[in-house]
Design a protein around this ligand. Structure first.
Ligand code: NAD
Ligand code: ZN
Length: 243
């Protein structure tokens, strides 16, 4: 059962923001990141998710991203992604995601801010050209720029690099009435500041995560369960109440 006060908040809100992390894609078969003992799908994080690692061994980094692209290409959006896409019809709803898998867009969401980039984009380290590239598996590793022949890198944000669109994320955060925080360990900054900022501006915080996180200490409502199970309950309650 969902609490009456959450239902009440959901029935009166117009502006909703959802902050999502790797956990929302876990049920689509895409592994999360933490708790893997410093390894990311078997690779040391500093080797595959830093500029230094890339400069040392672009081949290794691209083998890692190629494997992730193969895995992500097979993944379908789950009910949590799909329900969020449907909720764009009910709310002025924005998704701020740390994920690079593109599953929100695949589910039909249009208002998506990708703080950490997108695994389906590549960027030339020489001329800066950015393009979408859906080749799976990649024929050439590391891939080269069509325009200048320069080395391409994944257009994703690595440790130590600034995130994309943080100003937009803050603007949305400061205006929302409800923020869902789904499947993020809330340990990677600056994304982890956003729920606190929303809360300070008076938004109700709804955390959906089987594990406790730093957000749990101030969240107004907590679903200690998987993203799909919580989102099904929430969507069903909204629909029943508005019939
Ligand atoms: P994280 O891996 O640090 O945390 C995942 C969180 O999801 C945990 O708190 C976990 O308890 C929770 N979780 C696990 N299964 C869940 C489920 N079924 N439903 C709801 N929650 C569930 O992820 P993060 O906070 O996003 O930070 C990791 C970083 O790694 C990010 O920067 C992100 O860009 C990157 N990353 C992205 C992907 C992706 O694009 N799918 C996957 C792995 C890592
Ligand atoms: Zn180039």
């Amino acid at each position: 059962m969902m609490s009456d006060s959450l239902l009440n908040a959901l029935l009166h809100a117009k502006k909703v923001v959802t902050l999502t992390g790797a956990g929302i894609s876990a049920e689509s078969g895409i592994p999360t990141f933490r708790g893997a003992g410093g390894l990311w799908e078997g690779y040391p994080v500093e080797k595959v998710a830093t500029v230094e690692g890339f400069e040392k061994d672009p081949q290794l980094v691209w083998r890692f991203y190629n494997e992730r692209r193969v895995n992500i290409a097979k993944a379908a959006p789950n009910d949590a992604h799909i329900i969020l896409a449907k909720m764009e019809k009910i709310y002025d709803l924005w998704i701020i995601t740390q994920n690079i898998d593109g599953l929100h867009q695949k589910a039909g969401s249009r208002n998506v801010v990708e703080l950490h980039g997108n695994i389906w984009r590549v960027r030339c380290t020489n001329c800066g050209r950015v393009e979408y590239n859906y080749e799976v598996p990649l024929r050439e590793i590391p891939p080269r720029c069509k325009r200048c022949g320069g080395l391409l890198r994944p257009d994703v944000v690595w440790f130590g690099e600034p995130v994309y669109d943080i100003n937009k994320a803050y603007q949305l955060t400061e205006k929302c009435e409800i923020m869902f925080v789904i499947g993020t360990s809330a340990q990677v900054y600056p994304a982890a500041y956003l729920p606190r900022a929303a809360w300070s501006h008076g938004a109700k915080i709804v955390e959906i995560n089987p594990q406790e996180t730093p957000v749990s200490s101030y969240a107004d409502f907590i679903f200690r369960e998987s993203a799909t199970s919580a989102m099904r309950k929430i969507y069903q309650a909204i629909q029943e109440a508005s019939q």
